[in-house]
Every structure is written in C-alpha cells, then in structure tokens.
Design a protein around this ligand. Sequence first.
Ligand SMILES: Nc1ncnc2c1ncn2[C@@H]1O[C@H](COP(=O)(O)OP(=O)(O)O)[C@@H](O)[C@H]1O
Ligand SMILES: [Mg+2]
Length: 296
Amino acid sequence: MADTSILVVGQVGRDLVLAVKEVPGGGGSSDVRERRELLGGKGANQAVAMVQLGAEVELLGVVGDDAVGEELLRSLDRDGVGHRWVRRRGPSALLVDVVSADGDSRLLEDVPPTSVLTVEDVHAAAEAFAAADTVCLQLQQPVGALVEAARLAAAAGARVVLDGAVDADRRGLLDAASVLRADAHEAGLLAGRPTGDADAAAALARQLVAEHRLDVVALGVDGGDLVAWPGGHRVFPHASGHVDATGGGDSFVAGLVVGLRAGTTPERAGELAADCAASTVARLGGRPDLGVLRPG
Ligand SMILES: Nc1ncnc2c1ncn2[C@@H]1O[C@H](COP(=O)(O)OP(=O)(O)O)[C@@H](O)[C@H]1O
Ligand SMILES: [Mg+2]
C-alpha cells in the first residue's frame, strides 16, 4: 500500500489537560497538580494514534490563523502526521480536560465556528480523498462537509469509517460507510433507547450490519466494547480502572482501522482496538502513546 494512506477528517485543537485532586463545585477552587498543553482534538488524536501504529496518515481539519495554530502544525510535523490539507483561519479550538484523581473528567470545548470544516474545505482536499484507501469521518463535524467527504471517499473507492453520534441528519452516511464506531452514549442515541447491555448492543449492531451492509460495527457497552461483523460479535471488557477516559474512543478507532487495513479479521482488529483504548485511558489527556502496540 505504498501510495495510499488514511485520511482523517476531524477536529484539531489545543488540549489543555489539568489534573486536580477533586473537581471543585460552584464557587470552589482547586490546585492543579499537573498541567499538560498538547496537540489535541479528536482528528489529531486519531491521526497521531494511527501513525504510531505504523500507518501513513493525512489530516483534514482546521487550525487557527494564530500562534497556537502555528504550534499545532509544528506538533503534527513532529508526530509525522501529514498536514498539507489542514486549513488555517480564525482562532484555534481549545479543549480543556479537567481530570480528578479518581479518573472523573470534565471537558470544556471552545470550538469557534471557523474551526470546523466546510464543504469548500472538503472540495479543496479532493486530491487527498483520491489518494486515500481509508477515510475516517468524525461525526461532530458539520453534516454538509461530512456528506461531501463521504461522496468523495466513495468515488475514490475508499473504506469509509464513521466515529461518533449518528443523528437523523447523519443517518444517510451509514450507507456510504464500511465501519461504524459509537461510544455507549452515542449508541443509545442511535437506537433511541439505552444499549449498555451487551445483548441490546449486539442486537443493534446486527441490525446495522444487515441494513447498511457494514463490515464492522463497534459499540461501547457497560464495562466494555462490543465489536460485531456479519455473522458474529465479541465483547472486549475494559481493564479495571482508568486515569482519564478522554481519547479512549479515538485510540480504539485507530486500532480498529489499522487492524482491518492490515487484513486481519474484525475480531483481531477489535483486540488491537481494545488494547489501544486501554493504553490511552491509562494516561492523562487524550494523546495516545501506542508505539509498542504497532502490529509487526
Ligand atoms: N477502563 C476503561 N474505562 C473507561 N473507558 C475505557 C476503559 N478502557 C477502555 N476504554 C475506552 O474508552 C472509550 C471511550 O470512548 P469515547 O467516549 O468515544 O472516547 P473519546 O471520544 O474521548 O475518544 C470506550 O469505548 C473504551 O474503548
Ligand atoms: Mg468518541
């Protein structure tokens, strides 16, 4: 696969991770025990994770036309993520992750309207879609941009991967997709009822696989992740305890995609995905460190 790559379509921003003993209530305050300022955003975190797993990755997203944007591009460079399609305008997005000692986290997201993708941004990156064998779409991006991205990906014959909440507007994307991943909350929204129970999630996954001809559906469930494919499924239980669950899903997607792309079975790809998620939730912040999990 020398000339092809993964294209990740999603958010890029500055992550400010603040570790506190306890998250204060209204009117309270708390000393910060540790502060990390990192390249972040779901798009960047997925892209970095995939590079760490050995893939060649291009990112389509937006960074600010500011000093932070400059720094984010340098970080992408250091991480080996292709950023020739990353647009620059407005202020950079800022994501603040406040994490308590027991692993409970609060996320504050300043996502300026200029920092999300437009249909024009997608068109301007048409070449990137043509070169990709796999396109990962983060469903938090505006629906118009996602629909156009799915159309270009399909035209290129690329595998389309969706991650996030499939609301009514985004439902049509399922027919363009091969892989869907949703966390437990997002899976419940899609089903219109709670699907935390593994049997309920398996029923939803079976229905999605059949109705939309999906190759793989991964859904968060109570205490684990379910991975389903035509004819089977498996639940991967979470390791006990976590430092910060932020970014667990993004690393999960990265493992799943890299595994499938290497031609392994959905079950084996699910194993890698679960290992990647477990590694990232054992760390503060959403930034992955997956080098040791790189498939041989
Ligand atoms: N011990 C754990 N506790 C909580 N989450 C875990 C644990 N181990 C792994 N995870 C992963 O974290 C994921 C969270 O997904 P998601 O909410 O999409 O995260 P994000 O969007 O921040 O990347 C779970 O689906 C799971 O794969
Ligand atoms: Mg997620």
